[in-house]
Design a protein around this ligand. Sequence first.
Ligand SMILES: [Zn+2]
Length: 204
Amino acid sequence: MSTVKSVAVGVELTGRGTTVALVDRHGKVRHRLHAMTLRGRPAIATIEPSLRAIDTMLSHALAEGFKVGGLGVCVPGTIDFDRRRPLLLPTLPSLNDFPLCDFLEARYHLPVQLRIDVDAALLGEHRFGAGKGVNRLLFLTLNAVVGVSLVVDGQLERTAQQYVGHISHLLVSTNGPRCSCGKRGCINTLVSADAMQKMVQRAL
Ligand SMILES: [Zn+2]
């Protein structure tokens, strides 16, 4: 099999929508599509537009002569790794406990891997980006809360997969702003997207 023509389909599910990407073995995105996620509907209805985007992507791959090796799906929340399904997705609750991997494998007859979004981003940086070739890599995300994921000895730390990766209340400044947890100076009150939004609002 030609390595150039060998690809995978990456699917990022979020409460705001879904990105579907055709990625080659060098980490290069060859084609990208976007779809809505229909929040508040049952599980399959929630991801129906995403499924159509995956259908379109697989047709595109076939037409372009690409060989799709599998699907990689990431979700914003926790995962039940043994049962290969989302456990708790605050922004897409209808997918909680939905057998996502089994469902997609039955539909597409391709192997499916499910990851937490932060871990998927870390693995991407480790394999193809800023952390390429390094043995230890720490990845921070600054969204509504601060998340962390870790590669040690070239492997994703298992603890990060169980959302120990939430470091919102790590103390970084003893006289920082008051946090929702009652303490002062948690990292979440200083560098999260919410914290920065509050700082801008106060400054205006
Ligand atoms: Zn706190």
